[in-house]
Design a protein around this ligand. Structure first.
Ligand code: GCU
Length: 682
C-alpha cells in the first residue's frame, strides 16, 4: 500500500528503457570516499536511490579508471577531485553550501563529478543528481552549479510540548518529547533527509506561542538528541524563546531586557544550550503580539528585546529572528499598519545578528494578500520572509491548494523600495539590500500522519517552500512539475494535467473563498469554512465585519487616503496604484476600496455580478479538478488515487458551502439577485 511516507523520495524504477540504458552507462562505478557522517549520509542516500531507480547500488572503485565513473566528494575527501584544478576553480563561487555536477574527463575517462567545498554541499549535490534521474532528465552533458540564494532556510514548527500542533492538520507533532532523549524515532532521520533534499537547513522545533519549559535542562537534553540526528544533514536546530522565561523558569521578578540580572540569565541559559548543542541556530521570538509577553511590557521596544538575546547568542554565531507579526487591540488603527508603525522607527537599531521576520502579507496568511508593506521599508535590517505552509485559511488538511503560485506571487511583487525592479525576493536574498544575513521561513505543515502532511498534495507545499528558499527565482510551474514527477510518475499523460491542476488550485480557492480582495471572512476560531457573519468575537479586529464592511451601500475595506490610509506605507508607485480604484488590480479591489454594489468592474459588470461570477467560477474550477483527477485512475497507485478523490469530493462540497453562504449573506446587504443560469444556492 502507498502511504505517502516516502514523500518525493520514492526512488521507483526508471521504466523508460532507453533512458535506463543511458543512466546505467553513466553510473558504471562509484568513487566516493566517505569518512564522516554527512558524507556517509550522502553515500547511503545515493545507494538507496540507485537501488530503487536503476536496480542496484554501484560497484565502488578507488580510482576513475572506466568511462561512466561517478565521482563524489570535496577536494578534501576525494583525491580524484583534488587532482582536478578546474573543479577547484569552479567551486570557488559555490561557497559553503553550493555544489557542482559536471560531466568531465578524468584520467581520460568520461566521468560525472558531484563536488562541493564542504560536506553538506556534497549531500545537496547527491540529492540533485538523484532528482535528475527521478524526473527523467538527461545526464550525459551536465554543467550544473548551484548555491543557495538565502542563507537560513527554515521550517517553523508551531508544535507544542504536549504534541498538539497550533494550526496543524496532519496529526500530532512528530517530536515525541515524552520518549526523548532515550528513544530516537527513525522518523527524525527521514525528516532530515526530506529537508536536506530540498535544501532546508534550519528548523524551529517549537511554537511561536512559546512555552518556557523548552528551555529547562530536561528539555534541552531532548532538543540535543534531535540536533544530533539532524547535524549530519546540515540542519541546525532553533527554538522559540518565551520572553518571560527568566520569570517563569528562572525565578526572577522581571524579564526587563535592560535589567542586568535578566541579561545574565539569558547569557547563562545560552551558554548551557551551546554546551549541549554546539551548532545551535538561535531563537525565534513572537513578542507583544496576541497576548505574548515582550519588551513593551517593561516600556522597552522590540530592538531592546531582540538585542538582549542577540548579544547572548552572538559569541556562538547564533541569530535572533524577531517576528513583525505584531498587533494590538489597543491601537485604534487598521491592523494592516501596525508592523510598519512599530518597526520602521527601529530600523538601524537592531544588532547585526537580528533578522525581522515578516509574514507575506500584512493581515494573516489569507488566501490572497498583497505583499507586506514592511518589505523594503527597513533599509538597515535584514528582513526574513514568513510563509505559511499549513493552510490555516485555505481549507487546512482537506482542500487541494498548491501554494507555489502564492509564494511566487509575493516573491515577484515589486516593492519599488529601491526603484523599479525591487521585487520582494531581492529584499529577502539581500541582492539589493546588501544585507549579509538572509532567511526564508515556512510555517510547517508536518505532523505524525503517515503521509506527513495530511493531504497528499500538501506535501507539494513543503517541497515548493524548500525549493524557493534555495532559489526564490524558480518558477512555481517548474517546481510543481518536478514534484509531480517525483511523487507520482513521469507519465506525460499524468504530469501535464496534474501540474496544471495544481497551478490553478489556489486561484480556485481564492474564487470560492475570498474573491476580488475579500479577506478575513472565515469562521471564527477554527478558521475553517465561511463565517462573514461570525461577529461575536472579543476583539473588533477579529470580527469579519471589520474587514468586509458590507452594508447596503457596498462592500470592501477603504485603505486609501480617505480611509485607513494603509496604502501610505507602500512606496509611491505602489501606493498610487492601490490608491486609485482604476489602477488597483481586481484581485485586491475590496482589499483597498469600499465600493458600491453597482460599481462597474473591469469586466464591465456590476460589482455584485462580478462577485457572484467569481464564487461560481471557483466551484466550477474544483469540479474541473475532480475531472482531471478522475482521469488519473490507473496512472496513480490505488491508495493515493482514492484518497485524493475522496478529498476532492469534500472540497467540492465545501466550495459550494463557501459560495452559497457568502453570497446569501452578502445578498442581505446588496439586495441584488443571483443572475439567471446559475444553479440555486442552497
Ligand atoms: C495567526 C494564527 C495563530 C498564530 C498567529 C501567529 O493568528 O491564527 O494561531 O499564533 O497567527 O502567527 O503568531
Amino acid at each position: 500500500a502507498e502511504s505517502g511516507y516516502d514523500l518525493w523520495l520514492r526512488y521507483v524504477p526508471v521504466t523508460n528503457k532507453s533512458l535506463l540504458a543511458t543512466y546505467k552507462q553513466h553510473t558504471v562505478q562509484l568513487v566516493f570516499p566517505a569518512g564522516n557522517e554527512t558524507l556517509n549520509a550522502a553515500k547511503q542516500e545515493l545507494a538507496m536511490g540507485m537501488k530503487g531507480l536503476l536496480g542496484g547500488p554501484l560497484p565502488e572503485s578507488a580510482v576513475a579508471n572506466k568511462d561512466g565513473t561517478l565521482i563524489v566528494g570535496t577536494p578534501a575527501s576525494c583525491r580524484e577531485i583534488t587532482a582536478q584544478p578546474l573543479i577547484g576553480q569552479l567551486l570557488v563561487p559555490a561557497g559553503e553550501e553550493g555544489y557542482l555536477i559536471r560531466s568531465v574527463l578524468v584520467n581520460g575517462k568520461k566521468c560525472t563529478v558531484i563536488a562541493a567545498n564542504f560536506n553538506t554541499g556534497v549531500l545537496y549535490g547527491v540529492f540533485h543528481f538523484l532528482r535528475l534521474l527521478q524526473t527523467n532528465a538527461p545526464i550525459a552533458r551536465l554543467s550544473i552549479s548551484e548555491s543557495p540564494k538565502v542563507k537560513i532556510r527554515t521550517l517553523n514548527h508551531w508544535d507544542n510540548l504536549d504534541r498538539t500542533v497550533e494550526r496543524g492538520y496532519a496529526g500530532q507533532s512528530i517530536w515525541k518529547w515524552d520518549e526523548l532523549p532515550a528513544t530516537i524515532d527513525p522518523r527524525y532521520r527521514d525528516y532530515a533527509r526530506a529537508n536536506a533534499s530540498i535544501g532546508v537547513n534550519a528548523t524551529v522545533l517549537t511554537n511561536v506561542n512559546a512555552n518556557s519549559k523548552i528551555l529547562t535542562a530536561a528539555y534541552l537534553a531532548k532538543v540535543a538528541a534531535i540536533a544530533n540526528v539532524f547535524r549530519a544533514y546540515g540542519i541546525k536546530v532553533y527554538l522559540t524563546a518565551r520572553f518571560s522565561s527568566p520569570i517563569e523558569i528562572g525565578g526572577l521578578k522581571t524579564a526587563d531586557p535592560l535589567d542586568p540580572q535578566v541579561r545574565q540569565w539569558w547569557t547563562d541559559k545560552v551558554a548551557e544550550i551551546y554546551k549541549l548543542i554546539p551548532d545551535f541556530g538561535g531563537f525565534l521570538v513572537k513578542a507583544n503580539s496576541e497576548g505574548q509577553p515582550g519588551p513593551q511590557s517593561y516600556g522597552r521596544n522590540h530592538a531592546d528585546g531582540a538585542n538582549m538575546l542577540a548579544a547572548a547568542v552572538a559569541p556562538y554565531h547564533g541569530t535572533i529572528t524577531w517576528r513583525a507579526f505584531v498587533y494590538s487591540n489597543e491601537v485604534p488603527e487598521d491592523r494592516h499598519k501596525q508592523a510598519n508603525l512599530e518597526f520602521e522607527p527601529l530600523d538601524g537599531k537592531f544588532n547585526p545578528n537580528v533578522l525581522v521576520q515578516v509574514k507575506n502579507g500584512a493581515i494573516d496568511f489569507q488566501p490572497r494578500e498583497p505583499f507586506h508593506p514592511l518589505f523594503g521599508a527597513l533599509k538597515k535590517t535584514p528582513e526574513a520572509m514568513e510563509f505559511q505552509l499549513t493552510k490555516e485559511y485555505l481549507g487546512q488538511g482537506t482542500h487541494l491548494v498548491y501554494l507555489g503560485t502564492s509564494f511566487e506571487e509575493t516573491l515577484e511583487a515589486d516593492t519599488y523600495s529601491y526603484g523599479k525592479n525591487s521585487q520582494v525576493r531581492k529584499i529577502i536574498t539581500g541582492e539589493i539590500t546588501k544585507q549579509p544575513l538572509s532567511e526564508m521561513a515556512g510555517v510547517s505543515n508536518i505532523g505524525a500522519d503517515s503521509n506527513w502532511c495530511g493531504h497528499p498534495f500538501s506535501q507539494a507545499n513543503w517541497y515548493a517552500f524548500g525549493r524557493l528558499a534555495w532559489n526564490p527565482s524558480l518558477s512555481a510551474a517548474a517546481i510543481a512539475e518536478e514534484w509531480v514527477r517525483m511523487t507520482f510518475s513521469n507519465d506525460p499523460a499524468l504530469v501535464k494535467p496534474v501540474r496544471e491542476m495544481m497551478m490553478g488550485s489556489r486561484e480556485a480557492t481564492v474564487n470560492y473563498m475570498t474573491p476580488l480582495g475579500l479577506h478575513h471572512i472565515m469562521a471564527a476560531n477554527s478558521h475553517y469554512g465561511p463565517g462573514p457573519w461570525d461577529n461575536a468575537l472579543p476583539r473588533e479586529d477579529w470580527k469579519p465585519k471589520y474587514y468586509h464592511r458590507a452594508d447596503s451601500a457596498g462592500i470592501g475595506f477603504n485603505r486609501t487616503s480617505t480611509g485607513s490610509n494603509a496604502v501610505s506605507q507602500y512606496f509611491p508607485e505602489v501606493r498610487t496604484r492601490f490608491e486609485n480604484v482604476h489602477t488597483t488590480p481586481d484581485r485586491f479591489l475590496l482589499w483597498f476600496h469600499h465600493l458600491p454594489w453597482t460599481f462597474k468592474t473591469r469586466a464591465n459588470k456590476t460589482l455584485w455580478n462580478d462577485l457572484v461570477d467569481h464564487y461560481y467560477l471557483g466551484v466550477t474550477q474544483v469540479r474541473d479538478m475532480q475531472k482531471t483527477w478522475d482521469d488519473m485512475e490507473g496512472k496513480v497507485d490505488r491508495d493515493r488515487f482514492a484518497e485524493v478523490k475522496k478529498l476532492l469530493v469534500i472540497q467540492e462540497n465545501e466550495a459550494r458551502w463557501w459560495r452559497d453562504s457568502c453570497l446569501l449573506y452578502f445578498q442581505t446587504f446588496s439586495g441584488m439577485p443571483i443572475p439567471g443560469g446559475y444553479e440555486k444556492p442552497s
